[in-house]
Write a protein that binds this ligand. Sequence first.
Ligand code: HEM
Ligand code: HEM
Length: 457
Amino acid sequence: MSLLKQEQHGTTKAFFLSSAVWLVVGTFLGFIDATHLAAPEMLGNIPWIVFGRLRPMHTNVVIFGFVGSALLGSSHYLVYTLLRTPLFSERLGKLSLWIWNLSIAAGTVTLSLGYTQSREYAEWIWSVDVGIMVALALMFFNLLQTARRRQENVLYVSNWYVFGGLVFTFFIYFFGNAMWEPSTGAITGMPDAILAWFYGHGVVGLFLTPLAVAVAYYVIPIVCRSPLYSHTLSLVGFWTILMIYTHIGTHHLLQTPAPTWLKVLAISGSLAMIIPVMTVLVNLWLTMRGRLGYVHADMGGKFVAAGLLWYVLTCVQGPLQALPVIQKVTHLNNWVIAHAHMGVLGFAGTIGLGGIYFIMPRITGRPIYSERLADVQYWLVLLGMTGFFGVLTAAGLIQGSGWLNGETVYRLLPQIHIYMVLRASIGLLLVGGGVIGLYNIFMSLYGVPARSREETL
Ligand code: HEM
Ligand code: HEM
């Protein structure tokens, strides 16, 4: 049972390494995907990597594998330190990690073989879904048992977000994947579209967002050497995100026959999202004010601050593109792909990396293997993400305004070709960042300690 050995912080370490591996796999799959869009004939027609199969392989690997694992690994550490109690069971933690990873791997292989439930972010087949749900339930149980034994009575806001995030995710995953319908993973007609987008937005809003916010609330006050500006504000943000994010998924369906009352609810809810988002940003900004030097000097703090900046941009864009008048131009084109990368990679993924770099030295008791490589990865992610944003937003505006003027989809394709080539090229920065990150994270966690390295030189 050495795979499940009882090593302190073993679960967090293994989650971090998994995240780094999935980042390389996920960005590589994204790159092949992008090659299809830039040069559709180049890769021929190999069944297991056609665009339709590869796209969900990419999205699920990056969402659950890369960002999910980074944030879940951090969650195991921050619950432990904030409650001043060791994790209830490292063995259980490792077991949940293995089930998590094997499910992601099985989901990726089965998608490439053509097994899919064909609903966005819920493509994995039923048996894979069962694995994910079991892993989530085990993690929740383990962390809850830790909380029950806690030495610290005050529940700092990061704990609220971690526990809230796990509970929300368990339920949205169950209902969103229609788990009671194993053969299809779907119900029928318009209600299914509504359910699918309740789930689709839940994955980013109730899984990635709360866990990323938990990490930001943990890292920023420590690197700033200053208490959080307001605990009350942090809890207002927690409860409003729960109240609002749960029912805005229909903003993905404004141009469908979904009921009008639901669309109105989704649009007004999307505007109201400004409340939970601003509580987080204002609170952390007032904590950081005058102390940005400290943030910049810390590798983890730097990643987290960059992630928060993308959070501002994503969440200014989000409510605006939920307005029908704007969605007329932005819907179903590359504008949304830019927004998706901004949210999942720019915001949640960058904060996930921040959590990894911040926590690693604290659990290994030695510095990061190479600060310089971490800094290179930081710049590659920042430049890659900024490039994606510019190129995809421009391509989206060309498509959207062309369609609005009556142009057909295929006649606009030559005009966005250059943007697709640029996107594939910029994607290489992110693949490179992933490879550098994997090496650095592996060496920091399991490599030769810096002192021994010096001694051997
Ligand atoms: C870890 C980093 C990344 C994350 C978190 C990420 C996330 C996502 C997400 C959420 C989507 C779905 C977008 C939507 O449906 O609106 C997507 C699609 C896509 N991503 Fe990524 N991605 C990452 C890196 C990359 C890289 C490096 C490339 C390579 C160029 C890439 C290329 C693509 C492509 C081609 C699509 C499909 C776009 C389409 O359907 O038109 N991604 N990605
Ligand atoms: C204030 C908060 C936000 C609002 C109001 C919002 C709103 C929207 C809207 C209206 C769309 C659909 C656009 C369309 O199809 O025309 C969308 C798509 C998307 N959003 Fe957001 N967003 C917000 C924040 C975020 C965050 C923080 C993330 C990531 C963590 C995120 C990830 C995504 C993704 C992945 C999609 C693409 C879904 C697809 O595949 O079609 N959003 N968002």
